[in-house]
Design a protein around this ligand. Structure first.
Ligand code: SAM
Length: 286
């Protein structure tokens, strides 16, 4: 490699750690389907993902499932203070290597993110953490629901920048009268503003999943309409559980016609025609 080529190569590298491919080889990280492992090995792409979370300099960031650390390295290179929760013990050694390259900036937790108490991350510094993750698809929707329906609002996080399968991302940002509109769209749209920022092709992952993925950026609303998350969950579950039926039928067990009359919604309408505020009104009348 010539001098100029070497200088350009150094500029393009985000850190002095080994390439992700050699880390995967060294530590024998053969992807496990049971843990939803589809690794991103392109540090340009992980840097692009990290940038979508906005300013990270000095920000606490929670990352779920760092795996071999491609996104973790991009977050750290942009100045984040990362708490990374990883279930796969095989990933701990490579993550410790990253931690040594960024002393005091990476806190690794070996555990299940579904059981993790995120409040313990708060004392990291005075700022609310941003959640950034290439989520394991098998638990991604459940994690999102836990964060959307957390008890206190505004929530413990400042924003969420998350990778999902394209089909799930479309459901998260869906609006009424669209095929993707359902429970997830209502629960997300009620308290947050969400948008798809870009798609990522299957070839970007090792191993390649069957479908395209999308990065979604989600910001909590400061003053969402007041409503019980549990009741909104109940209403949307019943309404979209039988989405082809009229509401007077699908909501029958929850008081059907009486409930709908209370908030002035025509019982012959179907769930997908109601906007989020109408669902909130129904939940409040329940
Ligand atoms: N962040 C890495 C990347 O972008 O290459 C890996 C992403 S991979 C899609 C999902 C990661 O989540 C894997 O490392 C997997 O071991 C981890 N994981 C799966 N289930 C988990 C859980 N319940 N809690 C914490 N980590 C989990």
């Amino acid at each position: 490699m010539g001098e100029i080529e070497h200088a350009v190569f150094q500029l393009m590298k985000i850190d002095n750690l080994p390439p992700l491919r050699s880390i995967i080889k060294t530590y024998g990280l053969i992807a496990k389907r049971s843990l939803g492992q589809n690794f991103l090995l392109d540090l340009d792409l992980t840097s692009k993902i990290a940038r979508q979370a906005g300013d990270l300099d000095g920000y606490p960031v929670i990352e779920i499932g760092p795996g071999p650390g491609g996104l973790t390295r991009a977050l750290l290179a942009q100045g984040a203070l990362v708490t990374a929760i990883e279930q796969d013990e095989r990933c701990l050694a490579p993550l410790k290597e990253i931690s040594s390259a960024y002393p005091g900036k990476l806190h690794i937790i070996n555990g299940d993110a579904l059981d993790f108490d995120f409040a313990v991350v708060l004392p990291y510094n005075a700022r609310k953490p941003k959640i950034v993750a290439n989520l394991p698809y098998n638990v991604g929707t459940q994690l999102l629901l836990n964060w959307l329906l957390c008890e206190s609002w505004p929530p413990f996080y400042k924003s969420m920048t998350l990778m999902f399968q394209r089909e799930v991302a479309e459901r998260i940002v869906a609006r009424p009268d669209s095929y993707a509109y359902g429970r997830l769209g209502v629960l997300c749209g009620w308290q947050t503003n969400a948008q798809i920022v870009f798609d990522v092709s299957p070839q970007a992952f090792i191993p390649s999943p069957k479908v395209t993925s999308s990065l979604v950026h989600i910001v909590p609303k400061t003053a969402p309409s007041s409503c019980s998350a549990q009741k909104l969950g109940q209403i949307t579950k019943a309404a979209f559980g039988q989405r082809r039926k009229m509401l007077r039928q699908s909501l029958k067990k929850l008081g059907g016609e009486i409930l709908l009359a209370k908030v002035g919604i025509d019982g012959t309408r179907r769930a997908e025609t109601l906007d989020i505020e109408e669902f909130v009104a129904l939940a409040n009348a329940l």
